[in-house]
Write a protein that binds this ligand. Structure first.
Ligand code: DAH
Length: 344
């Protein structure tokens, strides 16, 4: 019996080595180790052995089983490796094939303009300030020299939430908030970009929600020339280095004097065209010297310090810069419109 076992082991191992594929290997496994396999058959024959022989043969059977299992495992490994190598060899990857384009989103033109504006003003030494969109009447109007029943409140039709709370109609309340936070210290030099809300009917140039950027500078000895110099520098960085601006007298309750700032028409260079309605100039923002009452209410002595402020509509700047003729394009999110701003 021992010799038969030895022989079986040798033939089996030889056959396993020769197996050409997984199927042949599986067949051999059944043939030797299966329920009706040769090794199992031999085990059945152990009943006829003497008591002395039994443990010796039993141990040998276990050894043979172990050797066969090891041989099966090694062969299986070998076959799998061979399969993998064959697969790798047959499938080559063409690294020169162009990739499939993955469409990505693009930065919204308004975000782009806001970033550009922020970069320009940060370059001029300004800091970015923020304030709430749901605002107190107190900051939106009162602190800006617009007491209740002031006729100028009509310039900004508002969405009121309660008698004292509204959606801010402009970013100017951030002026008062910033000055109060500074506690009378100078210099104050901030811009504040943000959303504002007005009870307007939407059309090509009006939107019930739009974006403004507020600017405020307060320090000793600030004059109208600082206002003009700052805004000229901004206009040239935004619209081209040969830009001219002009200041036109205007009225805002929170500035005195107040000025509307016009940009020389970049379309016709000032000679008059459709874009500038044949005036040669395009209005881009409101500004002025901070009203002494506003400084006082926010804790500054108007005898000691002065300041200038300005506010502009971001959509308007974007429309002028990119030649967009309808403000609603910024909010309807037509990808054909938005994609045009994807310049990488
Ligand atoms: N808040 C004004 C508006 O929404 C814009 C403005 C004008 C802001 C003059 C200013 C300013 O700070 O000085 O129409």
């Amino acid at each position: 019996m021992q010799t038969r076992l030895q022989e079986m082991k040798e033939t089996a191992i030889e056959q396993i080595r020769q197996a050409a594929d997984a199927q042949q290997l599986q067949d051999l496994r059944v043939k030797y180790l299966g329920k009706k396999g040769e090794l199992t058959e031999l085990l059945r024959g152990m009943g006829s052995l003497s008591a002395e022989e039994r443990p010796v043969v039993g141990q040998l059977v276990n050894e043979v089983r172990g050797a066969l299992e090891a041989a099966f495992a090694a062969k299986q490994d070998e076959l799998e490796q061979a399969l993998l190598s064959a697969k790798l060899a047959s499938q080559s990857i063409d690294v020169t094939l162009p990739g499939r384009p993955i469409p990505t989103g693009t930065m919204h033109p308004l975000s782009r303009i806001i970033e550009e504006l922020e970069d320009i003003f940060i370059g001029l030494g300004f800091e970015i300030a923020e304030g709430p969109e749901v605002e107190l009447d107190h900051f939106n109007f009162e602190m800006l020299n617009l007491p209740k029943d002031h006729p100028a409140r009509d310039m900004q039709d508002s969405f009121y939430i309660t008698d004292e709370i509204l959606m801010r109609t402009h970013t100017s309340p951030v002026q008062a908030r910033t000055m109060l936070k500074k506690g009378g210290k100078t210099p104050v030099k901030i811009i504040c970009p943000g959303k504002v809300y007005r009870r307007d009917d939407d059309d090509a140039t009006h939107s019930h929600q739009f974006t403004q950027i507020e600017g405020l500078v307060v320090d000793k000895g600030i004059g109208m020339s600082d206002l003009k110099g700052t805004l000229l520098s901004f206009a040239r960085q935004m619209f081209g280095e040969n830009q001219q601006i002009r200041l036109r007298p205007s009225f805002f309750p929170f500035t005195e004097p107040s000025a509307e700032v016009d940009l020389q028409c970049f379309n016709c260079g000032g000679s008059g065209c459709r874009v500038c309605k044949h005036t040669g100039w395009i209005e881009i923002l409101g500004s002025g010297m901070v009203h002494p009452r506003v400084l006082e209410m926010a804790g500054y002595d108007p005898q000691e310090v002065s300041g200038f402020a300005f506010g502009m509509g971001v959509e308007r700047i974007a429309m002028l810069k990119y030649g967009v003729e309808d403000i609603r394009h910024f909010y309807t999110n037509d990808v054909r419109f938005l994609r045009q701003f994807n310049r990488g």
